[in-house]
Design a binder for this molecule. Structure first.
Ligand SMILES: Nc1ncnc2c1ncn2[C@@H]1O[C@H](COP(=O)(O)OP(=O)(O)OP(=O)(O)O)[C@@H](O)[C@H]1O
Ligand SMILES: [Mg+2]
Length: 492
């Protein structure tokens, strides 16, 4: 059955809902365990998840159990409204307190939000035959979703699946792109992977998981284009060319809303072997991390003769302490990181002028600070300037200059991987969203702030200029005061 009928299955009557031809039909008939249906805004993604649940529950009855998830509770309300509207037509019952929709045949769909990653633990040990995650790019990291996968199983042997939807952009853009789009940008290629699935807290099973990307295109949502022809026009007026392209075509390669929109690989990444003149100033910077990654970068300051303008910073090497999973650190001790740095520097054979680090390494909570431990191991640091907004401003100016004043060698792969996808913070647009993987750019910020050479000319308004012109010059003032003194003297 691939349409929803008022009495769940009687195809003699006009269906209440049916998938549109193309990706919506592909989604509701897809046998693959993990499906990411994503791309264009208004492509029909939410509608496809809604329809999929009605079809799945209609087929499997009370043995079907669903979980519909978003990042925030407030974001769930639109989907709940739509589920309830369709549900009412077939006699489904809504339970407000439990946030559950019970179908007439007994199947239950639960709605939940995972504001914090730990919230996913609450659903471990449960059994869901279908899990829907909406706007998956709102999740900065895949961890909670990977946890949920452990609950996607059926002891009754019902085919289970997780269905994710989302648009380009957002704090999770990068991992979503890497997991679903990069392996097959045009989609429809099933990828099989051996994965460890956490079925309860700390209990793992190994399993072959297949996943597939189904691209959502606005042109496939004929219902919307027919009923609301002004939608495309409105989208066009909403944002920059890159953002509109991303929304209309589901383009994952260049999205707006990124914190460093000035950055591009063509302009800021140096390729090939770098010959750094020995007389250039060189230094290193560090953002400390243990459970989260640490980032160490090595920088050279150009004298303007080759490669970059005078004063430009070239990040020529990096050491990113991650365990291979986004935002997960190596949990290395301070002295072994210090030894790692010293060993790398021996290989690089560059004389460094100083090292600048995240100021938190200087705090000692009862014992020696990280800075002290690293110093004992032979690696010294000066305290970095942690003025965040000023630091971002400095980085932006350096990136935005016609001839960039901040460049990265291609070997700095984690800086190049993470920097383009960092997003503005929802609540404070002057800052970036610190939930995302920001360690390499934090470290770059400390480096840049150790050489804040760029200053704008102070802005002078026309009124200030008029006032200034009306004011006596220094000579006039002097002449005036001499005359005043002479007059004073003549009085006595
Ligand atoms: N199968 C369908 N039957 C009827 N209408 C549909 C169908 N699919 C999509 N639509 C119409 O298209 C509109 C947009 O679809 P939907 O909300 O699913 O898009 P979306 O991709 O989730 O959008 P967004 O990116 O904004 O979340 C719906 O409100 C609905 O009117
Ligand atoms: Mg939607």
């Amino acid at each position: 059955m691939s349409a929803l009928y008022p009495n769940l299955g009687d195809s003699r009557i006009t269906p209440i809902w049916q998938p549109q031809p193309g990706p919506q039909t592909d989604l509701v008939t897809c046998p693959v365990f993990e499906v990411f249906y994503g791309g264009a805004r208004g492509g029909g993604k939410t509608e496809a998840s809604i329809g999929d649940w009605f079809l799945h529950s209609g087929q499997w009855g009370e043995r079907a159990a669903g979980l519909f998830v978003r990042r925030k509770l407030t974001q769930l309300s639109d989907a709940i409204k739509r589920f309830r509207r369709y549900g009412a037509k077939i006699g489904a019952k809504w339970h407000e307190q439990k946030k559950e929709l019970t179908m007439p045949n007994g199947a239950v769909l639960k709605f939940a939000y995972l504001e914090r990653d730990e919230d996913a633990e609450e659903y471990q040990g449960h059994e869901y035959t279908r899990i829907y995650v909406e706007e998956v790019t709102n999740f900065p990291f895949p961890d909670p979703i990977m946890k949920l996968k452990g609950s996607c199983r059926s002891s009754a042997g019902i085919p289970c699946g997780i269905r994710l939807t989302g648009n380009p952009g957002g704090p999770g853009h990068h991992w979503v792109k890497a997991r679903y789009i990069d392996p097959a940008p045009k989609g429809y290629l099933v990828i099989e992977q051996l994965e460890k699935i956490e079925i309860e807290d700390g209990v793992f099973v190994e399993s072959i998981i297949d996943r597939v990307f189904i691209p959502a295109k606005l042109k496939d949502n004929k219902e919307l284009l027919r009923n609301d022809p002004g939608y495309v026009q409105r989208l066009r007026e909403t944002g920059s060319a890159a953002l509109v392209k991303a929304w209309l075509e589901g383009d994952w390669d260049g999205v707006d809303g990124t914190f460093f929109s000035e950055f591009s690989e063509e302009k800021h990444v140096l390729r090939g072997v770098l010959q750094l003149p020995p007389h250039w100033t060189k230094f290193r910077a560090m953002d400390w991390g243990s459970a989260a990654p640490f980032s160490v970068g090595w920088y050279a300051v150009s004298d303007g003769e080759i490669l970059a303008p005078r004063g430009a910073l070239i990040k020529y090497a990096e050491w990113y302490g991650w365990n291979g999973q986004p935002n997960k650190g190596l949990k290395m001790s301070a002295d072994s990181v210090a030894r790692g740095i010293i060993n790398r520097e021996k290989d690089m054979k560059q004389r460094l002028s100083y090292g600048v680090a995240d100021p938190s390494i200087f705090s000692n909570n009862g014992g020696p600070s990280i800075a002290e431990m690293m110093l004992i191991a032979g690696c010294g640091w000066i305290r970095g300037d942690n003025a965040r907004q000023a630091g971002w401003e400095q980085m932006r100016k350096r990136l935005a200059a016609d001839e960039p004043l901040l460049l990265f060698h291609e070997s700095c792969e984690h800086t190049i991987r993470t920097l383009p996808y960092l997003q503005h913070d929802d609540k404070n647009p002057e800052d970036l969203d610190t939930d995302a993987e920001d360690h390499a750019v934090d470290e770059t910020r400390y480096a840049v702030m150790s050489r804040p050479t760029l200053r704008d000319k102070p802005k002078v308004s026309e009124t200030d200029l008029t006032k200034a012109r009306a004011m006596p010059t220094i000579n006039e003032l002097l002449a005036g005061s001499i005359k005043a003194r002479q007059m004073e003297e003549q009085r006595y």
